[in-house]
Ligand binder design. Structure first.
Ligand code: AMP
Ligand code: ZN
Length: 114
């Protein structure tokens, strides 16, 4: 999608600190980190929200979680704990309408989230 910031990052038209990429997905550091570790895991396919995930996307979504777990291990935060979060629509604070998992870690987090 031409107007989407995460499609542009995936196409390397906008710079980002990319830490993983493969045929299906890309992961890069959040520009406004909310924790010592804050990485976004993003499918190359433009899917606006979690509500738009189709049956044929199920393996892709599992792939995103596996990338998140690998990055958590690589960053040394897996054992202590981390979150993989997908915000959906306004009440959850979604601002970029191309689905992404937030990997958050490196500090203790509260529950319920704010
Ligand atoms: P959400 O609010 O769940 O849609 O998350 C969007 C996230 O994308 C926010 O945490 C932003 O800080 C992050 N973000 C927006 N633009 C960029 C960018 N150009 N590079 C890296 N992260 C970005
Ligand atoms: Zn997009």
């Amino acid at each position: 999608m031409t107007d989407c910031i995460f499609c542009k990052i995936a196409a390397k038209n906008i710079p980002a600190k990319i830490i993983h990429e493969d045929d299906l997905a890309i992961a890069f550091e959040d520009i406004n980190p909310q924790a010592p570790a804050h990485t976004l895991i993003v499918p190359r396919k433009h899917i606006p929200t979690a509500l738009d995930i189709e049956h044929t996307d199920q393996a892709l979504i599992g792939h995103l979680f596996r990338i998140g777990a690998k990055i958590a291990r690589d960053k040394g935060i897996a054992g202590k704990g981390f979150r993989l979060v997908m915000n959906t629509n306004a009440d959850a604070g979604q601002t970029v309408f191309h689905i992404h998992l937030h990997l958050l870690g490196g500090r203790a987090m509260h529950w319920p989230p704010g």
